[in-house]
Design a protein around this ligand. Sequence first.
Ligand code: ASP
Length: 331
Amino acid sequence: MQRRKFLKNSGLTAAGMVSAPLLTSCKNETRSDANGKIIVPNKPIVVCTWDFQNASAKAWEVLNTGGNALDAVEQGVRMEEADVNNETVGKGGRPDRDGNVTLDACIMDKDGNCGAVVYLQNIAHPISVARKVMEETPHIILAGKGAEQFAYAQGFEKEDLLTESTKKQYQEWLKTSKYETPINIENHDTIGMLAIDEKGDLAGACTTSGMAYKMAGRVGDSPIIGAGLFIDNEIGGATATGVGEEVIRTVGSFLIVELMRQGKSPQEACEEGVKRIMKKNEGRKDFQIGFLAINKRGQTGAYCVHPGFSYRRYDQSGHENIESDSFIEKT
Ligand code: ASP
């Protein structure tokens, strides 16, 4: 069973909402309308990896004023991309081992359209470039210089993404140049966001600066459709955070959506996803993975390797930070 930690409901005022009791199980029951179309009782709704309150509040604002899920997830994750105090996403993200900040992002809509950018430099909002790739090109992924040139052509501005803080940390790191993948950096990391809008349609977005001090050219799971993010408007969506190599090896987000298609709840599907990864890594415990999923009915679930992962959920009932259960028990 999931442990729920209700933290801050008071911020609801930001979205003009009033606190209400938390979700009850009957809220998630599915009904059909006269044409057999599924009515999603718990919508709109947005969830995101970690406790990114500003991002989820922004997405909620879009959804709550009748906006669609695609706009909500793009607007939501942009909050973290712009926040220089968040050193794992967008501007202010930690650089690779050569000192370059390289960003990865992807976005997916209800029709299975998707766009991604990998190894993008000098642009603060990779998620919006990914959306432009989806909407303005016949392609799905643009990489490196090509992605950057495309971004300029689309009107994005060149920005220095390294901040005084990340520059200092990088110079400190250079003294040992030890590459390791810390677990739960600052208690947040990549932001993956999943939303269902008023019409019951889904969309998702995922954006990151990747593993700090990674090899130049390294790309993780976050911009890879099926690994860091997957949406199927009939079933639900999933997203991931943590060591991207392990998520790619199991095509994690696609796997979770397929498990939901087979009848598993979002919670059960996330647990199975983590278990598959742990099976391939028998004896290894030095890495974190967190999966987050939502189904068409607005039910959500999450699971991770190490304690410490959480996700924020926002719907008409309010918003809460939900602590995820973990494969490795809390000591
Ligand atoms: N998944 C990201 C990557 O591998 C990083 C993270 O979420 O910690 O690039």
